[in-house]
Structures are given as C-alpha cells and as structure tokens.
Design a protein around this ligand. Structure first.
Ligand code: F6P
Length: 515
C-alpha cells in the first residue's frame, strides 16, 4: 500500500491547529455573509447530479488543508492502484475491480485487465439475454431474490428506486432474513409455476441464504413441480456449489467483486429483470461516468474526494459520530440501509492495513428515512438536540407522477429543512430556540433515471474508498462479521440440546428462556 496514514502527515497536525483556532466555532451564517461566492465555491456539477456542499462547516482554507492531507496520504496513487487491479484488498490478497464491471467493452484498460474485461462482457451479455427472455415470458409473474447483505441490499434498493421503469406484469420480492416469517410471508402469495427464484450469494455458503434457498426449493418440489432448471437461477462466484445445490442456470462473477460492490455484476439480475437490458446498461453507464470523474478530475473538483474530505473533517476533528441520510423521494426508501452496509462494513475498522490500532475514529453511524417522514420523527433532535448530525438531502427535480401540488411541497420541505438547520432561530429564547449552524449537504438530480442512480451509487463507493484510504484501512474486507457467525453455529446446537455449559451467565439464561 502506497498510502501514508492521515495521522502521520503534516497536514493532519495543521488541521488540528486550524480546528482549535476557529474551526470549532465556525459559523455558517457568518461565512455566507462574508463570502458572496461561497455557494459557487462549494457547489459543483458532477456526472448526472449537482451537489451543494456550501452549508458545511468549512471554508476554503480548511478545504485546501484537507486537499493537502489527501495528497500527503497518496490518495491518487492508491486510487490508480485500485483501477489498475493491484491487490489493494491486502488481508484477502485480492484486487478491487467493481469499476471494471461498468467499463465499456471497447474502453482502454491495462493489458493485464483485458481478459477480465472480456469475461465481464461475456457474462453481462449472457445475463442480460437471460433477463430479456424471462421478461418476455409472461408465465413468470413473480421473481424472488434470495440473498443477504450485498446480495440483497443493492438489488433491492435499485429495483425499488427505479419502480417507474419496471415493466408491468412481474412482481419482485426480496428475501434476506433467516427468520422464516419473511420467506413464509412471500411464499404464501406465490404459485410455483409462475415463480422464478434467484439465489444470490457470492460465496454460496452464507447460512441465511442457503437456509432460505433450501426451503424455497423444498416448497417448490413439494408442490409437485420438477422443473428446477426453469424456476431457479444462481448468481455466485462458487459455480460448483450452485451445481451441487441442483441449479443449472448460473451466472458467475469474480473474487475481485466485493459483496457490497456487487450489484453491477450478475448479482444485479433482479435489476435487469425489472428494468430490462437497456436500463441495466444505463445504470452501468452512469456509474462509469462517475468512475471517470473520480479517476480524472483534479482533487479540488472531484466530488467523491470533496465529500470524503468533509467526512474526515467531521469525524476526526469535529468528532461527529453519525450522519443522517434524508432522501426526499419515497422510491429511495432503501437507500439508507444500502449505504449503511457500503460505508459501515467498509470503513468500520479499528486497525490500519498493517494491523496497527488506530488512535482516531473511522466509520460514522449512517441512518435515515425518506423525507418528509423523518421530519415528523427525528428531525426534532437534529434541530434542537445536543448532538450535531450532518445531514444529506437528496432531491429530484422532476417527479415521475402527475399528482398536482405534491412535488412542490416535497421540494419546499427539503429546502426548508436544510435552511432551518443552518439559519436557526436565534432570537426566540428557551423552548423555541433553534441554535442553527447545523451542517448539511444537498444533492439534486434532474430525474431519478437508471443512469443518475448508477452515478450516485458510484459516487458513494468512491467517497468511502477515499475516506478509507486516508484512514489507512482496508475498506474491502469484513472480518468483523465472522465471530457472530461462528458463535451462532454453536448456539444453534445448544438451542436444540439445552446445553449451557461453558457459556456466560447471560447467554445461558437467555438460551434457557428461548429454548
Ligand atoms: O457477512 C457479511 C457478508 O459477507 C457481506 O459482506 C456480504 O454482502 C454478505 O455477507 C452476503 O454474502 P454472500 O453474497 O457470499 O452470500
């Protein structure tokens, strides 16, 4: 790894001093009053969207110091190493090449990546041809994606977000939880002869997914249906395991696609079934536009980089430990959950790539709900609570419905909340006092198209890459999820036997209650 950890740079020390000398007490209202061009300086177009970062607690000097930090950390070299296919996922000795999944077939890539790019397009073409055939098959009315984590959150979020692009005649279901209530609830409404099950699992070993897949297959076979080949498809890097499970139709991908970065691969089959081959290609094209922006734009005009610099400034200097996501579009309902995995599983680490303990914070908690629902729930705390939570507004200019008046109200609410968070209401005392000076970023799409959504997801991927690079961590492993999986296996046996020997008193007590 060619990067230098952020806390070992001169810029880090200077940022600490800057924070103590004015950064901590930075006032947004004053900053706007003193700088007529603040909006222009801190807002920018990027592929498929516009971003306003001007309502954040920084000025040009702080941003310039943060850019120095990025340069001193060797961000550009690390970014180039990712695009070149170097094994930057050091703990798993793997390349990180989800960007290749959206690289056009005729694009120039390093010679070493050309075979992989050919494989990507061969699989993509086959997967999209299959998707089109199923779309044309009107006997299939229900598609059930069985997968969890990255094999669920990305596809589900995108299928819901692009609902207006989904052809009528098919319903899409997503089963992730090992809780049988979920699968049972879905199966209850299905007819086996009209259903396609997609078993989506990079490893094809994930306990939740395999349990749900087995139960779905049993349900299918018990109904007297035999044509598993027609009604089951697998999406996995473990083609052998899918075959052993009894599935013939398999679309593969590669170990250099991380689970939470996999919606662009065969894991996106449910998306392709929903929005068609052209829609899926547009999603990839939007993401590729953002890849090119990230790869080539100067750092000071590079939106994922600027966002990540703010993230570091907030997390490590202001000490903000969470970030709110407020999509002002109900179709983006699953976006906060998707971003939780993307950022928290990637950057929720306490050691650097070398395994040394970090003395500073990494991933914040991400959370959120579509506006305006959040306004009538937790926005009270955002306006008047004791913690500052930077908030991200996502708004779409053109609605995809024709109902009178709704959209103007929705957009007015988004603008009003961002405004209220910043300006506050300083002249009213006591319970009606709004301190203001609460930071937010604001993203604007013209329309929520497949291309726009693709670009937005890629924006976040690169933002997470950048903060992870500055923190010196490996954003592409997830060892933190392993321990619980091992313990659950042991406890599953104990729940059957009632054996509590060797368990701590709390786990033993609870196990007895649950048995
Ligand atoms: O347990 C975490 C995790 O490995 C995620 O990173 C991944 O997205 C999810 O499980 C599902 O994994 P798989 O696609 O292999 O079933």
């Amino acid at each position: 790894m060619k990067t230098t950890r952020c806390d070992r740079t001169a810029a880090w020390t200077r940022l600490g001093e800057r924070f103590e000398q004015g950064g901590r007490r930075f006032d947004l209202r004053q900053a706007f009053a003193e700088d007529a061009s603040r909006f222009d300086a801190f807002s920018q177009p990027a592929p498929q969207l516009f971003a306003d970062l001007s309502k954040n607690l920084w000025d040009r000097e702080v941003e310039s110091m943060l850019l120095d930090l990025a340069r001193e950390c060797g961000l550009e070299a690390h970014r180039d190493a990712m695009f070149a296919g170097e094994h930057i996922n050091a703990t798993e000795d793997r390349a990180v090449l989800h960007t290749l999944l959206r690289t056009p077939a005729d694009a120039e890539v390093p010679a070493a990546l050309q075979p992989a790019l050919r494989d990507v397009h061969a699989t993509l073409d086959a997967m999209l041809a299959y998707a089109e055939a199923v779309r044309a098959d009107h006997t299939i009315t229900d598609v059930v994606n069985i997968g969890i984590g990255g094999s669920d959150l990305g596809p589900q979020m995108v299928v819901r977000a692009l609902a207006p692009y989904v052809a009528p005649g098919k319903r899409f279901h997503f089963v992730s939880n090992v809780d049988g209530h979920e699968l049972d609830g879905v199966l209850r409404d299905l007819a086996p002869e009209h259903t396609l099950f997609i078993v989506a699992s990079k490893t094809f070993t994930t306990a939740e997914t395999m349990t749900n897949a087995r139960s779905a297959k049993q349900w299918f076979e018990r109904s007297g249906s035999v044509d598993v080949a027609r009604h089951f498809a697998a999406l996995t890097t473990n083609v052998e395991a899918a075959k052993a499970f009894g599935i013939d139709t398999t679309f593969g991908f590669w170990d250099w696609v991380g689970g939470r970065y996999s919606l662009w691969s065969a894991i996106g089959l449910s998306i392709a079934l929903a929005i068609g081959a052209d829609g899926f290609r547009a999603l990839l094209a939007g993401a590729h536009e953002m890849d090119e922006h990230f790869r080539t734009a100067p750092l000071d005009q590079n939106l994922p980089v600027r966002l990540a610099l703010l993230d570091v400034w907030y997390r490590n200097f202001h000490g903000f430990s969470s970030r709110g996501i407020a999509p002002y579009h109900s179709a983006l309902q699953r976006l906060p959950a998707y971003l939780q995995q993307l950022e928290m599983e990637s950057n929720g680490k306490q050691v650097d790539v070398a395994g040394s303990t970090l003395g500073f914070g990494t991933s914040p908690v991400l959370w959120g709900e579509p506006g305006t629902n959040g306004q009538h729930a937790y926005f009270q705390m955002l306006h008047q609570g004791t913690d500052v939570v930077p908030l991200e507004f996502i708004a779409v200019r053109d609605p995809s419905h024709q109902l009178d008046g709704h959209h103007a109200k929705l957009l007015a609410n988004a603008l009003a909340q961002a405004q209220a968070l910043m300006v506050g209401q300083a002249d009213a005392g006591g319970h009606r006092n709004f301190p203001g000076n609460r930071p937010s970023s604001f993203f604007v799409f013209d329309q929520l198209t497949p291309a726009a959504l693709g670009a937005f997801i890629a924006l976040y991927e690169h933002r997470v890459f950048t903060s992870g690079a500055l923190w010196g961590i490996n954003s592409f492993d997830q060892w933190g999820v392993e321990l619980g999986k091992v313990l659950a296996k042991d406890l599953e046996g104990r729940l059957a036997s009632g054996d509590t020997q060797g368990l701590d008193a709390s786990t033993a007590g609870l196990l007895k209650r649950l048995k």
